[in-house]
Design a protein around this ligand. Sequence first.
Ligand code: UTP
Length: 455
Amino acid sequence: MELSLEQVKNVLLAYRQEHVIERLEQLPVQAQQKLAAQIAQIEFETLFRAIDRHKDPRAVGTLGTERIAPIAYENWNDYDEKQQQAYGELGWALLRSGKVGAVVVAGGQGSRLGSSGPKGTIDIGLPSGKSLFQLQAERLLYLSKRAGRNIPWYVMTSPVNHKATETFFQAADYFGYTAADIVFFSQQTMPVLDHDGKLLFAEEGKLLLAPSGPGECFASMRKSGVIEDMKQRGVEWLFYYNVDNALIKVADPDFLGVAAAHANPIATKVIEKHDPNEKIGIVCTKNGQPAVVEYTEISEDVKRARSKDGQLEYHLGNISIHAFQLDFIEQHADSDLVYHVASKRMEYIDDKGVRVQPAEPNAYKLERFIFDLFPMASGLTVLKTERDEQFAPVKNRSGEDSPQTARELVLRLHSKWLKAAGIAVQEGKLDQIEISPLQSYAGEGLLERKFMERP
Ligand code: UTP
């Protein structure tokens, strides 16, 4: 939107951003115009609607008036062997015919982790020293090799980490993946406000912007031509996942088979919540539609509710592993999804030009979530899977959900595979043995293969 400097100042006044006017007036003319243009892009109405909603706990999730109920699901372990095989074969058929793509949402800033580079570049301390991106690339390589064709891999970055992500892949020679089959695209951003609702600055004359959540994924795919790319390649199902899950079974054929066998445009993998306070959202229905309620928006009553058999009533945990039909993505990519507000630690430049590095959350960040598309689906296939085979989140620098816990979960799973294959391992060495994703995807074929061990 084109606005004159006076109009920009009026907008700022209307939204009580007097401090921005002051800083604007101190700038040289050219810089003034640049900042004014940045401000003219801001949808203040949307920004403050989201923050007001956040401040009124009765308006969100199960804290509000929305009617939620448990959702129907299927459990992978309840299928008999024949059924499991049939689903697996269906998934493999999709991979072999090039109908599957994978997208990793890697535009986050990892503020809790506190690392400076993109989250996917971190080494969680496995014996091989492989980064999260490398583990994912090798799992995809393994499947691609067996399927006889490459799975296109879409990597969503943000303006903050786009360059660093691409450079990391280039330097590693794309981990052996065909470069033309990895497509990087960047997501959008939103301005960041402090807890008093004031816009923050990244540098003099430039507002602080932050990636506006993984829910921007499909809109950004459309904008950057990725949807077109998928259509040209004949992709029908898109496997969606978070960059920070060290156990992610990227493009899992079993899951894709289940997705394709059901007449729903979206499928989601869930795990059993192990504690009512676990920091993952719940998959349920909201006002009769499939939905996820974020852990920050679940009321205490709902969190703790138990059915007669003592099981948590809302026990299906969202682990951000979904499969979307391309038709659905095309139809809903530009949906006006709600913004969720999170309080985060965000570095900024104060009005004296000093860089501030807060120790505690100091700012509101607005994020869209991909699961807010669920209510638009005619139905949702919910597949329960085993936590220890699927989920090793890397969120915090230490303690729970940290690189260390993720490392342990990966090595524990690998030792379980070895045991199941009847391979004896020297006492005390089990937690040092890592199986390369290039050798085995889910514990298969270990007897015929070599696996690696730290010398
Ligand atoms: P998180 O919610 O854990 O956010 O992201 P984060 O930015 O990585 O970490 P914190 O909260 O600042 O500590 C879950 C997934 O969504 C991606 C992340 O990269 C991660 O894969 N994400 C998050 C985006 O792609 N874009 C965003 O704007 C936010």
